[in-house]
Ligand binder design. Structure first.
Ligand SMILES: [Zn+2]
Length: 286
């Protein structure tokens, strides 16, 4: 099943990137959304991400660019003072579960906490604990959620479980799905009272996530390469040139981007071509 999906992705990426962007553009127009919009979120899975997130948030605030933060409860508690500062400057905090998502091993990290490997009761408990931690540490009830390592929790029954749980907890949105969800459903997928906002790929490979993790130089030198900037700028300028509608929902790990200028350079170029929204801005307009 996974092999088949990988093969499909490979063929799709080779043949028809235009198809993806044209279909999703039409889906957005049907929902009354025209133009290209970008939403930025930051996954803060390691303790290193806290200081990096604060630096980035200051940089973004100077430019009036909104940003959301997905921080596992374990990291949120350890970096509470920093994350509270970010929240005071307007940063929005998603519930990203409670358990840590990475464990440090020497100079590198290994991933942990995969919802597909846990019982649904344990998943539910982690979502509820994450909710409690954000509420206590940040002082605001989260209304958005992102699944830890969300790429592993995409089956229809898994999403149904997650969405039902979030609805019962009063959430407005989840941003926990791979780019193909935009094609299968909608880039702004209204699932009853909950909106699911899939993450985005780049123009040539619309089904693959554009993230910082896959573009770091090496496991020990975790700094994003300039490929990131090229893909981001090319995506935006191509969509503009073709006059397509898009919601580009991108996340990066702060520690991967704050030591290089590829990310900030790209954002400075892009903000001349697109409107950067918060998740709430988008929900208010759809
Ligand atoms: Zn994470």
């Amino acid at each position: 099943m996974i092999a088949l999906r990988k093969a499909q992705t490979l063929i799709f990426n080779r043949l028809v990137p235009d198809f993806f962007w044209e279909v999703t553009s039409r889906k957005l127009a049907q929902r009354g959304l025209r133009g290209v919009y970008m939403i930025l979120s930051f996954d803060c899975d390691t303790d290193e991400d806290a200081d990096a997130a604060l630096m980035l948030h200051r940089w973004l605030t100077e430019r009036s660019i909104p940003a959301a933060y997905a921080v596992p409860g374990a990291q949120l508690e350890r970096g509470a003072a920093i994350y509270r500062q970010i929240a005071e400057m307007g940063g929005i905090f998603l519930n990203h579960g409670a358990l840590p998502h990475t464990l440090q091993q020497g100079s590198t990290y290994v991933s942990s906490t995969f919802y597909n490997e846990m019982t649904l009761d344990d998943v539910s408990a982690d979502v509820r604990r994450g909710h409690e931690i954000v509420t206590r540490v940040i002082g605001k009830t989260p209304t958005g959620f992102r699944t830890p390592h969300f790429g592993y929790f995409q089956a229809p029954e898994q999403l149904r479980f997650l969405h039902d749980l979030l609805k019962s907890m009063g959430y407005r949105y989840s941003t926990s799905t791979m780019p193909r969800t935009a094609l299968n459903h909608n880039p702004v997928w209204q699932n009853g009272a909950l909106t699911e906002l899939p993450l985005s790929g780049w123009y040539e490979q619309p089904l693959n996530l554009l993230d910082s993790f896959t573009l770091i130089e090496s496991p020990t030198r975790r700094v994003v390469t300039d490929v990131y900037e090229r893909r981001l700028i090319n995506t935006v300028t191509t969509l503009r040139r073709k006059n397509l509608n898009a919601v580009l929902n991108y996340y990066v790990d702060p520690a991967h981007v704050h030591k290089t200028e590829t990310f900030t350079r790209a954002i400075d170029v892009i903000r001349q071509h697109v409107t950067v929204w918060s998740y709430d801005d988008l929900l208010a307009r759809t």
